[in-house]
Design a protein around this ligand. Structure first.
Ligand code: CMX
Length: 433
């Protein structure tokens, strides 16, 4: 057993009594109340999920295993010659809550390599799909097509409930190891005339992804940063919640992640990064080469709002300030591409949009989220096919949701089944006040 899996088991054994005590002795303790607004309004703010992998504070933003983004980047072992930690070290950290040593990271790297070979039928299936299929459809289908590899499903009838985490961990790790090659294949198959670049055995995940995408340094660091930033945002967001919900029926990691990816593909969630670039391109076309100014950006934002659409990349269901994932990417841009015209335009939108949204007075959070900034970096390094951007988000998001469903099985969380009510029942409660 690898050191990661051994530590994970120790952590699970340490944790189980905490969950057991809470359910046995304190199950009746009330932690929240639910009102009609929340029932109709997308369950917003209802405290009804538990995860220890990340926590999202409305003001401060995300903490992974208790560490904010700068602390996470500072604590984890860096890739050789890189400024950012390896994805492999982050995977260890998400699963165990511990910062791994370099030797432990190397072991994860070797483990990923031993699982990374994507079965040939996945590529055959992707090639059989219509070429104009959205890359998110291809990603989701590729994940689902590998379900027959699931150890969880194969061993389900012979596995004790307390051991479910083991096969879930195996499937989760295999999926994480394979996703970069699948994503890079989708990109090069769709946009580079099928000129596929084979993976290299001696590279970490970020560097290998950059290599397979055919994009030079520092795109290896961009990939590491991007996958880590997009990994987890606690459990209530659509992709995390969907993955958790599907896994709660004891569907395996392949079914669950594919479902979560489908949720990520919505324009109010992960697809917003594609929408941001779409918005910018339409704006630039409309400007016809004229310089963007605060005035014409402001007008374009109002035009979007007045046509009944949202401003993509702005607002958030939980956050109430600028998303630190936005800030982390902005800092990268300031260092590596400070004079890039697209970066300058995105900065100008940042200057103007919060005021416009505040004046409109609808959104609870006029500040940018992660998606407002992420396309700029990709575009700068030559990845201009922006309908691919959500696939990058998906590879990152897989780390978080797969770590979560491994822990779901470890802690024996039951099938999820909230109760619905009828409108007439709500009206009755409303009449009683
Ligand atoms: N532009 C225009 N209107 C917005 C808005 C935006 N960026 N953000 C919120 N609003 C509107 C909502 O549509 C809603 O309007 P109605 O009352 O007419 O329905 C109102 O403001 C209140 O919404 P809210 O409570 O502030 O936000 P929600 O929790 O309902 O929704 C989110 C959150 C992210 C879906 C929303 O802010 C949005 O649509 N943003 C744009 C899309 C986007 O960037 N999504 C990516 C989020 C991050 C991610 O998951 O990747």
């Amino acid at each position: 057993m690898t050191r990661l899996k051994t530590r994970l088991l120790e952590k699970i054994q340490e944790h189980r009594p905490r969950t057991q005590k809470l359910t046995k002795e304190f199950a009746d303790v009330v932690i929240d109340q639910v009102n009609i607004g929340q029932v109709i309004g997308g369950a917003r703010d209802i405290h009804a999920l538990v995860t220890d992998i990340s926590y999202l504070d409305p003001q401060e933003g995300i903490r992974f295993r208790g560490k904010n983004i700068p602390e996470t980047f500072a604590a984890l072992p860096k890739a050789a010659g890189g400024e950012y930690p390896t994805v492999e070290s982050f995977w260890y950290f998400l699963l165990t809550g511990e910062v791994p040593t370099q030797a432990e990271v190397d072991e994860v790297l070797a483990d990923f390599k031993s699982r990374a070979k994507v079965p040939g039928y996945v590529f055959d299936m992707l090639k059989a799909m219509p070429k104009d299929s959205h890359p998110m459809v291809m990603l989701s289908a590729a994940i689902l097509s590998m379900q027959k590899e699931s150890q969880f499903a194969a061993k389900y009838h012979d596995t004790k409930k307390t051991d479910y985490w083991d096969t879930m961990y195996e499937d989760a790790t295999t999926l994480v190891a394979r996703l970069p090659e699948i994503a890079a294949f989708i990109y090069r198959y769709k946009y580079k005339n099928g000129d596929i670049i084979a993976p290299k055995a001696d590279l970490d995940m970020g560097a290998n992804f950059a290599h397979m995408m055919g994009i030079a340094k520092p795109y290896d660091d961009v990939a590491r940063m991007y996958f880590i930033l997009h990994s987890d945002h606690e459990s209530g967001n659509v992709s995390a919640h969907t993955t958790h919900l599907v896994a709660s029926a004891l569907s395996d990691a392949y079914y669950s992640l594919s479902a979560g990816i489908n949720g990520l593909a919505g324009p109010l969630h992960g697809l917003a990064n594609q929408e941001v670039l779409d918005w910018i391109m339409a704006f630039q076309k409309q400007m016809g080469g004229a310089e963007p100014t605060e005035e014409n950006v402001k007008k374009a934002l109002w035009d979007t709002l007045n046509s009944g659409h949202v401003i993509p990349g702005y607002g958030h269901a939980v956050l109430r300030k600028t998303d630190p994932r936005y800030t982390a990417q902005m800092e990268f841009c300031l260092k590596h591409l400070p004079n890039d015209p697209l970066f300058k335009l995105v900065n100008m939108i940042y200057k103007v949009a919060p005021g416009v949204l505040t004046e409109q007075g609808k959104t609870k959070n006029p500040w940018p989220n992660v998606d407002a900034q992420s396309g700029v970096i990709q575009w700068y390094y030559g990845l201009k096919e922006y309908d691919f951007y959500t696939v990058l988000f998906g590879v990152g998001r897989a780390l978080g949701v797969l770590a979560n469903i491994t822990w779901d099985r470890a802690l024996g969380y039951p099938i999820e089944r909230p109760k619905s009510v009828t409108t007439a029942m709500l009206e009755e409660w409303a009449a009683k006040g």
